[in-house]
Design a protein around this ligand. Structure first.
Ligand SMILES: Nc1ncnc2c1ncn2[C@@H]1O[C@H](COP(=O)(O)OP(=O)(O)OP(=O)(O)O)[C@@H](O)[C@H]1O
Ligand SMILES: [Mg+2]
Length: 328
């Protein structure tokens, strides 16, 4: 019997699943190693805990977001199992991966429905808009050249062009793109994109620094689309530094991946907004549309890559990862 207990306790200690036992008052009487790890406390630290405090009234299940000692964020599912005599066992399972995939699916779903809606609306607006523009131009042709009213018509045409640009970005968002994949030199794509944002950088007094590995890095990708993603990320970085700063672009090889890191010294993304920045139409900018990152997210997914970020009060780092691919 003693032998059985010993083996049982050894098994419990090395299980990847957390197990806590509580007496009839709810006080934890035993917790294995995994339970301590999931609850983010050192061995023995669960002694004074009452399972009723972790919201487990009656028999039930609860998912908790937990930050463990290593500052890793885990989603842990707690399941309470009633035992005889009013005691209870609580089983803790790490469901972080499932949670992450669920969030990802939700995001893709939301993106797809917004895409359909916007392309529908954009399409309906485009034609009348073209009509208005032609009419305005015809009107302009009838006004004598040095009449001050030409300025009004110019203004109308300018605003129509601005709307047209907006519509184009909706189309970009909605269109199920055909990828035209080819081997491309990421260094060249980055350099071309940096070139196109230099004006904005100068205006914001931002210094751009580029870092490349000694060997080139080739990915199988659609260079135009990768450039579009980089442009969105660069512009966001520059806009985050309206009174100057530094933007660093690092191209790095990371095993089978090619990573582009974009570091800015801007104001960072407040913690409560971090979960929303990839949502379509989420923007904190007075003139923003909020599509830059959601489009980028989609485009990078289409390349089987990832886009992620880390942000703090002294800046943000966006990482775009693409599978390296000279082959295939
Ligand atoms: N580098 C960054 N630093 C700080 N905040 C950022 C950064 N990148 C993105 N954000 C935040 O994420 C939000 C969404 O970005 P996104 O590019 O999708 O839209 P936007 O820049 O607001 O508008 P647009 O459609 O013109 O790109 C921004 O409004 C901003 O709050
Ligand atoms: Mg943007």
């Amino acid at each position: 019997m003693d032998m059985d207990r010993k083996v049982l306790s050894e098994v419990l200690e090395c299980l990847p699943t957390g197990v806590m036992l509580a007496d009839e008052s709810g006080a934890v009487t035993y917790a294995n190693r995994a339970a301590h790890e999931y609850m983010g406390v050192d061995g023995g630290g669960l002694g004074g805990v009452n399972i009723r405090d972790i919201v487990l009234h009656g028999s039930g299940r609860k998912d908790l977001m937990i930050r463990t000692k290593g500052d890793e964020r885990l989603t842990v599912r707690l399941t309470r199992i009633p035992l005889s005599g009013g005691c209870a066992a609580v089983v803790l399972t790490d469901i972080s991966e499932i949670h992450r995939l669920q969030q990802e699916l939700l995001k893709m779903d939301r993106l797809a429905s917004v895409g359909e809606l916007t392309s529908g609306i954009a399409h309906e607006i485009r034609n009348p808009l073209a009509g208005i523009k032609t009419t305005a131009q015809a009107l302009k042709a009838e006004i004598p050249e040095n009449d001050h009213r030409t300025a009004y018509v110019d203004r109308i045409v300018m605003e129509i062009d601005r709307l047209n640009k907006l519509l184009m970005s909706f189309f970009d968002f909605a269109r199920p793109r055909e990828l035209s994949l080819r081997s491309c030199d990421l260094k060249k794509v980055i350099e071309d994109t940096v070139f196109t944002v230099q004006d904005l950088a100068r205006k914001n007094r931002v210094q751009i620094m580029e870092f490349y590995p000694p060997r080139g890095l080739t990915v199988k990708a659609d260079p135009g689309l990768v450039q579009q993603v980089l442009m969105n990320v660069f512009i966001n970085a520059l806009q985050a530094m309206p009174s100057g700063g530094r933007m660093e672009v690092h191209l790095l090889e990371n095993g089978p991946l090619a990573n582009v890191e974009v570091r800015d010294t801007g104001r960072g993304i407040p913690e409560d907004l971090r979960g929303r920045i990839f949502d379509p139409f989420f923007t904190t900018k007075p003139k923003g549309v909020g599509l830059g990152l959601s489009i980028s997210y989609r485009l990078i997914k289409m390349h089987s890559g990832t886009i992620s970020f880390v942000s703090g009060p002294s800046g943000t780092v966006f990482t775009i990862s693409l599978p390296k691919g000279a082959g295939k």
